[in-house]
Design a protein around this ligand. Structure first.
Ligand SMILES: N[C@@H](CCC(=O)N[C@@H](CS)C(=O)NCC(=O)O)C(=O)O
Length: 211
């Protein structure tokens, strides 16, 4: 059986958990924090979660894991059927990760961890986020899912990567990015009604409450 290593506060772990749940693939959830010892690095070379244990070995990096799951052919496909539409879904994922989620991390100390980064950093991140959101807005379809009429991995990134970035923006800049992006807001509420999301979100909330 596949084993998913990670923890429920981790948005990337949640993206993989959603893929497994939506595909109906049985898996064991091994609660794991990021690590640095040599044994850990053999399984996940950057010391990050999530990583997946398969019969053939370990795999790290969320999108790589998603591609692997997709290529096993198990469960419903979580990419559009059309080749070009699939590429557009991947394009959206890349945009959300590189141009929103990664820059947003630079203000998480200000937003969530009681710290304060420099004014210069906050200003630079805001400008990156504005570009990132503009790019996602131009690519997103919302019909009703972000990459078209079918649920896809891009929706998982939208929920967990964009959701957190907009929360951080609201705290740090009083920038209501989600209110300026009503289509995204609607999508997040559609997704939150799915059984898979409800499970993952409930586990995340419980883990946060437990500290
Ligand atoms: N690019 C990685 C990012 C994963 C990631 O950043 N995971 C966080 C938890 S959400 C982590 O392990 N952080 C610890 C670290 O970076 O050392 C992926 O797509 O899986």
């Amino acid at each position: 059986m596949l084993k998913l290593y990670g923890f429920p506060i981790s948005n990337y772990t949640n993206i993989v958990a959603l893929a497994l749940l939506e595909k109906g693939i049985e898996f064991e959830y091994v609660l794991t924090r990021p690590g640095k010892n040599p044994d850990y690095l053999n399984k996940s070379p950057m010391g990050k979660v999530p990583f997946l244990e398969t019969e053939q070995g370990y795999l790290s990096e969320t999108q790589v894991i998603l591609e692997y799951l997709e290529e096993t052919g198990k469960g419903p496909s979580l990419y559009p059927a059309d080749v070009f539409a699939r590429a557009k879904a991947r394009e959206l994922i890349r945009q959300m990760e590189l141009y929103i989620e990664l820059p947003a991390r630079r203000i998480y100390p200000d937003a969530f961890f009681g710290g304060e980064t420099s004014e210069k950093n906050r200003t630079a991140v805001r400008s990156l986020l504005e570009k990132g959101f503009a790019s996602v807005k131009s690519l997103a379809q919302f019909s009703p899912y972000i990459a078209g009429s079918q649920l896809s991995y891009a929706d998982f990134y939208a929920y967990f990567a964009l959701g957190l970035a907009t929360r951080a923006a609201k705290i740090v800049y009083s920038w209501h990015a989600l209110d300026e992006f009503p289509e995204l807001k609607t999508l997040l509420s559609i997704l939150a009604e799915r059984e898979s999301f409800q499970k993952v979100i409930a586990d995340q909330k419980a883990a946060m409450a437990a500290g």
